[in-house]
Design a binder for this molecule. Sequence first.
Ligand SMILES: Cc1cc2nc3c(=O)[nH]c(=O)nc-3n(C[C@H](O)[C@H](O)[C@H](O)COP(=O)(O)OP(=O)(O)OC[C@H]3O[C@@H](n4cnc5c(N)ncnc54)[C@H](O)[C@@H]3O)c2cc1C
Length: 460
Amino acid sequence: MSEKTNDTDMVRDLAGRVTGPVHAPGTDAYDEARTGMQLLDRHRPGAVVEAADGEDVRAAVSWAAGRGLPVSAQLTGHGLGAGMEGGVLIVTHRLGEVRVDPDRSTAWVGAGATWQMVADAAAEHGLAPLSGSAPGVGAVSYTLGGGVGLLARRYGFAADHVRRVDLVTVDGRLRQVTEEGEPDLFWAVRGGGAGAFGVVTGMEIGLFPVPRIYGGSLYLDMTAEPGALEAWRRWTGTVPEELTSGVSTLVYPDMDGVPEELRGRQVAQVSVAWSGAPEQGPAVVEPLRSAAPVLFDTLREMPYAESGEVFDEHRDQAGFRGRSVLVDRLDEEALAGLARLTGSAPFFCVVWLRHLGGALARGPEAANAVGHRGAAYALTVMTFADPEDTGAMRDLREEAAALFDEHAVGRSFTLGFGPMDEEEVREVFDPRDHERLTRLRAEYDPGGILHSNRPIPAGR
Ligand SMILES: Cc1cc2nc3c(=O)[nH]c(=O)nc-3n(C[C@H](O)[C@H](O)[C@H](O)COP(=O)(O)OP(=O)(O)OC[C@H]3O[C@@H](n4cnc5c(N)ncnc54)[C@H](O)[C@@H]3O)c2cc1C
């Protein structure tokens, strides 16, 4: 670590105003603090502040705003968009407090909490949060972007159950954003993400009485039965709202370390979470077993806190990009085309399909900014890029998305991985909501200093 670099004016000045550590470029601590799940386009800030409390967040935002410098927040890096150049990156992992109120079935969740931390705390009271497929994801950013989880069809978007958000805006105020106190911001951050309006220090969310689920994955052999995706689609038309499912498809590499049964085969991993009576789960899932030869089966009854095993996703850092499409229906021909296109890709490519509908379509009492809640399915095509995204990868993602043009209604906020530009973000929202978000951005961040992973224009 170079003393000289560490001694820059910026870092010294900031360090005098916050209690958490501040890191300068060129140090190991800086690299560690700015690096998360996504390895492409990492932020290159002038300083990283490891906020120790809400007052540190307030001080860092004010400091950057006072100088017209960009500012952004990060916890795990799962949702990193385009990296920020210069300015101040606030990392929030020290704000990991989770407090459950079992009488009200709510939790206070600090900006540094992952879903696993929330699920563990809730489980002590027989409750569950509306967490998603990966327990290592940050609860705050996921929730404020909408959040499509394992109980989504039964209870809706995570953003539909937010009660309060503590948000530092660029004027240096720590606001308690509630429906009564700040109705515009309360509408905007629930679904519009918080990144464009301020930096969140914590939020209050609803919890649900789901101590156990029946869940896991069936790994179906698509090389033997290419119609497996269509069989899943047909099955989703028959299931009740207590069942939320998704399917990922990929061709497993033919190499050591990959289980023999999967090597070189195109596989559809159908992941299900059944939150009805656990003993009824096997019967609901049974029809899927005849969709294609079953290569692996991880279905079992489990405590909700172990629900990270349902999708059992890749947990290592990686470079990846994704293109999402929300559709109001899936057709057989497009699914077959998707399987052919991605199955023959010359690079590693994973398709995610999520079954939506149910409570997702209904919406909360207090309206929020979640877009296209009537969509029936979400599709994400992901490619893994090392060391950088290529034109061929981008073309494949767009070609795959185009197969679904006829029934496309927009893009997903949280399920579209990697950067989106302002035009792409426009497709995340209903047009009138996007206009309202743009007006609010101009009101709360007139200088456009907040660097968000989903950029909403600052009111042009
Ligand atoms: C493997 C994987 C699985 C996923 N599964 C699901 C899923 O099942 N359902 C779903 O809906 N989504 C899912 N996601 C998407 C995920 O919800 C988003 O990527 C989310 O933004 C990640 O939040 P994070 O804090 O972990 O990531 P980060 O990259 O740390 O944060 C993402 C962005 O949020 C903003 N932000 C972060 N913290 C704050 C803060 N305190 N205040 C204001 N803005 C902030 C910043 O703009 C930041 O760039 C998944 C992502 C991955 C990579």
